[in-house]
Design a protein around this ligand. Structure first.
Ligand SMILES: *Cc1c(COP(=O)(O)O)cnc(C)c1O
Length: 427
């Protein structure tokens, strides 16, 4: 069963947790228990493929909720692109999460979640509307994953002028069951509007609203697969493994903590953020304070109130000391981000996008000599061509699969940053 973090005695099935996303008073769902995988699984990890690993990990979590053959199909379809681990230096590796259809790691969660929705809605006549706030990458991954899916409408809210040109095209050109609202506000405003809509009981009854942000457990959980896959690709070694995660809403890092609970040997995570650094501050001094949002060149991580922080607290028993044992915080200014991009280029001939560069910087500062480090490269550098070009002098080519998009016509409705304006668009 899945319990409501704000009210643990309230429990629902996986189906309900996934289709609803979040409780009516904004509580996140968490699994009552996280089972461990047996030692035999970890012994054969290095011989398994990504899809085999993903199937075993999802089985341990979802056995009993989904038929095994259906789960296998969902996993195989969701994880159908490579996630290579590349070695850059003796103890330095990058896990490239951007080889999916929309060029960011969000494809993993969105594609798995779409499969789960399809499975749970197979015999339902009802229609659900996915309301999703995006800082750039989630919206396009969700649009791609849910395009033409029966019984699902997708409505994307994105902050006007705060996503890149390619991101905007990805959000606004699909048509069909996907629509886009361009909000005159920032990402936190979009997230707030979505939360308000979820709290609106009448609207929910009328529209069967749900979310595809990492507040949805089905979006978040599959992101644990690639932590296992990273360790598998490292091969047999006795060094402690450190993984640096570029973080905004902390779904990615929460999935890493879940992988560790399932038994994966990761010594420590590094929570690497931009100037929105409430979580690194908490890790340092035990005080959690939210600050006004800061806009940075790593815009997908411009989040002032990370929605998965309560899940991280739950996973660490609400204990600051326990959390700081598992996670070290790190943050970068924009100038430090650019310096990290430059250093990756100069020292390793590697071109990273600003988000991945922040993760690299975290590793550079906090990886002990005796350990082996992996940083997650969360988006293709072509998604941020202006900044990458300015810093590295290199013109990153947009992959052919996305070039066509740039000629398609944007279709979005510009709305004011208030709830009434959102309501007018929902029908
Ligand atoms: C969403 C996103 C992040 C942040 O991931 P969270 O799970 O929200 O912490 C980092 N990098 C990129 C490129 C993203 O799209």
């Amino acid at each position: 069963m899945y319990y409501n973090i704000n009210n643990p005695s309230e429990k629902v099935s996986l189906k309900e947790a996934v289709l609803k996303s979040i409780t009516s008073e904004a509580g996140l769902y968490m699994p009552e228990s996280i089972p461990q995988l047996p030692a035999a699984f970890f012994e054969s990890l290095t011989e398994m493929s990504l899809q085999e690993i993903a199937f075993e990990v999802s089985k341990v979590m979802f056995a009993g909720d989904i038929e095994e053959s259906a789960l296998k199909q969902i996993v195989d379809h969701a994880m159908n692109f490579p996630i290579p681990l590349k070695q850059l230096g003796e103890n330095l590796h990058v896990l490239e999460l951007f080889h999916g259809p929309t060029l960011a790691f969000k494809d993993v969660g969105a594609r798995f979640m779409a499969g789960l929705f399809e499975y749970f809605l197979m015999n339902d006549q009802s229609e659900v509307t996915i309301l999703v706030a995006t800082s750039g990458d989630t919206g396009s991954a969700v649009a791609d994953a849910f395009y033409n899916k029966k019984g699902v409408k997708v409505c994307i809210l994105y902050p006007s002028g705060k996503v890149s040109a390619l991101q905007e095209k990805q959000l606004t050109t699909m048509g069909g069951n996907i629509s886009a609202l361009e909000v005159k506000g920032n990402f936190d405003d979009c997230q707030k509007l979505v939360k308000q809509a979820f709290a609106d009981t009448a609207l929910n009854q009328r529209m069967n609203l749900t979310s595809a942000n990492s507040i949805n457990f089905a979006r978040l959980f599959p992101q644990s697969f690639y932590y296992f896959w990273a360790v598998a690709q490292l091969g047999k070694n006795d060094k402690p493994v450190y993984v640096s995660v570029p973080s905004g809403n902390f779904g990615n890092l929460t999935a890493g903590l879940i992988a560790k609970k399932i038994g994966l040997g990761i010594e420590r995570f590094i929570a690497s953020t931009n100037s929105n650094h409430s979580v690194p501050d908490y890790l340092k001094n035990g005080l959690y304070e939210s600050h006004p949002i800061q806009f940075t060149i790593s815009n997908a991580m411009d989040v002032a109130k990370p929605s998965n922080f309560p899940r991280m607290m739950a996973l660490c028993g609400k204990d600051h000391e326990a959390m700081s044992k598992d996670i070290k915080g790190h943050w970068c200014t924009d100038d430090e981000t650019r310096a990290a991009m430059k250093s990756l280029q100069n020292d390793y001939a590697y071109i990273a996008d600003p988000h991945g560069a922040i993760a690299y910087d975290g590793l550079k500062h906090h990886l002990p000599e005796s350990a082996v480090g992996v940083f997650l490269e969360s988006a293709h550098p072509a998604k941020f061509p202006d900044e990458v070009n300015k810093v590295t002098g290199i013109d990153i080519r947009i992959p052919d699969s996305l070039l066509d998009l740039m000629h398609k016509e944007k279709k979005a409705v510009l709305i004011e940053n208030d709830y009434d304006s959102l309501l007018k668009q929902l029908h």
